[in-house]
Design a protein around this ligand. Structure first.
Ligand code: BGP
Length: 483
């Protein structure tokens, strides 16, 4: 650990992040309805299955959906888990509410009180330790009924259902919770529409057009949540949440430069431009025509556009894991994987075990660009290294590779702050080990707290502090002066 020269703001929200479907378990307890995450497979087939036109949602607790249904049983261990976060010194904790705990089918008129009670208890537990709760309203798990019977977010009726859900949550907790995020990684739907939008292949329809229709409905729903929150308590701030992958042109060939500009617009900025600036950007026309339709093919009303304009988000939140390279001239076709999107290999970067390109400087670029474009506060609500940890004979986990990754990314945030960007917090992903979103497995771990559980569900679920636990505790204690 070394002394750093970074000056993080006094109130900087150091913390950690999780999502309900990846850690809670208790998937059918106390009136919780099924969510789409419960009906997706674990393991490698997670996304392949959904690409097929024969796709069917499946509920099979024994095999198919393991370990999604079990999570790390945070449902019964949340007190112990939050106590560990407090011990690390967390000032904030980002978690999500499972929509189907509050509205089990999604279309009911009255909420499930047990669900509200559970999240009320989590919030109390956080406040007991002066941890600021940061709540994601929808993190890759709408109620299954809304996907199966209503066709997911492409159906306009979901705006009303979400509005009711958001109102219930905000009015129940909005006197104590001041930060809400609407849709996790909203822009990821272009790559994987199932998780964020509940869309499956439409057999003959224009699937991309469906994604944009679904986005439009989500933009309106998000703006309704902002309206509800601001009316309820003027202290509440609502943010959008973008999967940001800094994008480079492979070289100075103008064709690659242009393709990179368009990749930035289409992937990194489109959803943010609408949610933050309150209107569809000029390049929307090019973007829609790329997928063979135009604005008038979508159901977009004048009141929708007014709603989006009147209620933009208050701040921006992002996940950042890796960067990407755009190459359209055919000189390199060595592909790499990535967080839901790949790209061409960058010869200057190393990769993690899943072939995601590690790039802390890319985070500084991301934050500088985002702040330059929008001039709104930015919260880095996800970042981290997925790795296979080894428990030594003495029971310890020496995850120096994770410390190196986190340190370099915290430095990048410190640099962006020195550059003038307004960064309000940092909540690394999966601060306690949980089920991976893309692989559906336990063995891809991010946490500073180890959970004894393998991909087959064997294990005691015992929590153990990794080496990174003490390291991060010290980082927070010194407000980033020791790194
Ligand atoms: C983001 C998601 C998270 C999370 C993380 C790590 O895309 O918001 O839910 O899981 O990525 O990804 P993975 O679990 O696939 O390694």
């Amino acid at each position: 650990m070394k002394k750093s020269n970074y000056e993080f703001p006094k109130e900087f929200m150091w913390g950690g992040a999780t999502a309900a479907n990846q850690l809670e378990g208790g998937f059918n307890q106390d009136g919780r309805g099924l969510s789409i995450a419960d009906a997706l497979p674990g393991g490698k087939q997670r996304f392949e299955v959904v690409q097929s036109p024969d796709f069917k949602w499946q509920i099979d607790e024994q095999k198919y959906n393991y370990p999604n249904h079990l999570g790390i049983d945070h449902y019964h261990n949340y007190r112990e888990d939050i106590a560990l976060f407090a011990e690390m010194g967390f000032r904030s904790y980002r978690f999500s509410i499972a929509w189907s705990r509050i509205y089990p089918r999604g279309d009911e008129k009255e909420p499930n009180q047990s669900g509200l009670k559970f999240y009320g208890a989590i919030i109390e537990e956080c406040l007991k330790y002066k941890i600021e709760p940061v709540i994601t309203l929808s993190h890759y798990e709408m109620p299954l009924t809304l996907a199966k019977d209503y066709g997911g977010w492409k159906n306009r009726q979901l705006i009303g259902f979400f509005e009711r859900y958001a109102k219930t949550v905000i009015e129940s907790f909005g006197d104590k919770v001041h930060y809400f995020l609407t849709f996790n990684e909203i822009n990821s739907a272009m790559q994987h529409p199932v998780m964020g939008q509940g869309l499956v292949p439409s057999n003959g329809g224009n699937d991309k057009q469906n994604v944009f229709q679904a986005w439009h409905n989500q933009f309106v729903a998000s703006a309704k949540a902002v309206e509800i929150a601001h009316h309820f308590n003027s202290k509440i701030k609502v943010g959008c949440m973008l999967l940001y992958a800094t994008s480079y042109a492979y070289n100075s060939d103008p064709r690659n430069q242009l393709a990179n500009l368009q990749n930035n617009q289409d992937f990194n900025y489109f959803c943010g431009d609408v949610q933050i600036r309150g209107q569809y950007p000029a390049y929307t026309k090019r973007l829609f025509s790329k997928y063979g339709f135009e604005m008038s093919d979508l159901e977009i009303t004048e009141p929708d556009l007014q709603q989006i304009k009147n209620y933009p988000v208050d701040f921006i939140s992002i996940s950042y894991y890796m960067s990407t390279v755009v190459e359209v001239t055919g000189i390199s076709n060595e592909q790499v994987a990535g967080n839901l999107m790949g790209g061409v290999r960058n010869p200057f970067l190393k990769v993690n075990d899943w072939d995601w390109q590690i790039d802390p400087t890319g985070l500084r670029i991301a934050l500088d660009e985002l702040y330059d474009r929008y001039q709104k506060p930015i919260f880095v609500v996800e970042n981290g290294l997925g790795a296979k940890d080894k428990v030594e004979d003495n029971g310890k986990i020496y995850d120096d590779y994770r410390i190196d990754y986190l340190r370099s990314h915290i430095k990048a945030i410190g640099d962006a702050i020195s550059d003038g960007a307004d960064i309000i917090g940092y909540t690394p992903w999966g601060c306690i080990d949980l089920v991976s979103a893309s692989t559906g497995q336990m063995s891809k771990r991010y946490g500073m707290i180890y959970v004894d559980l393998d991909d087959q569900g064997n294990g005691t679920m015992k929590r153990t502090k990794k080496k990174s636990f003490e390291w991060y505790k010290r980082v927070i204690d010194t407000n980033g002066r020791m790194l």
